[in-house]
Design a protein around this ligand. Sequence first.
Ligand code: FE
Ligand code: FE
Ligand code: ZN
Length: 277
Amino acid sequence: MIKIGCHLSSSKGFLHMGKEAEKIGANTFQFFSRNPRGSKAKALNMEDIKAYQEYASEYGIPVILAHAPYTLNPCSKDARTREFAFETMEDDLRRMEYLQGNYYNFHPGSHVGQGSEEGIRQIAEVLNHILKPEQTTTVLLETMAGKGTEIGRSFEELRDIIDLVELDSHIGVCMDTCHVYDAGYDIVQDLDGVLEQFDKIVGLERLKAMHINDSKNPFESHKDRHEKIGEGSLGVETFVNIINHPKLRELPFYLETPNELEGYAKEIALLKGKYLE
Ligand code: FE
Ligand code: FE
Ligand code: ZN
């Protein structure tokens, strides 16, 4: 069975997200670990977590994906901004352990003129401080579009980060289809070639999840503007190839398309219908 879901609002808690997922035909979901602007996280509601866990095992939600606030920058030039990213991610990971065995995705950051080498070193430094041997959460680096000074625009940059991480068994990658196409990986014409490249440079065993978004912009535009499935430059056929690809079909897929719940339900139904059982 395909593992598919979308980004949901976490404002009403985990049980609510689980039920919302079921309502739209999803069996997994993504949520912000806290307000995306990066403010203080609400206290965890243990009753909600317990109720969610019961619901998830009954209904069948195998894994979920937390997304760190996109405003964090672990490789900022400003030491206080880096410190804030470190504290936020450390606290998020501590909270994730109440759920056990899920994924935590983050944007590697923007080096803001320091150069990618220094940026990569700073990102790895943060990871080396927050990863713990006993932790059950896998931290995912998201592939980025290469807007401005974004790190993670190439598979090589992701590998270079991972190479510097000591507890690298806790690290994986989340591939965003809009971002990699924007970054110059042609998953429309040559999905096999891109996956081969990924395998050679990073290793496909690191790939743990996918964000499936169409793109408002043409190939290699480094803009990062998501589009609804089938309405952008990637096209429905690309997504049918991705969800059925022998090397990808077991991964959880997450929609981050510009949609309300109704639109997500439609896209989930569309892709479920194209999944070869
Ligand atoms: Fe993201
Ligand atoms: Fe994404
Ligand atoms: Zn994006």
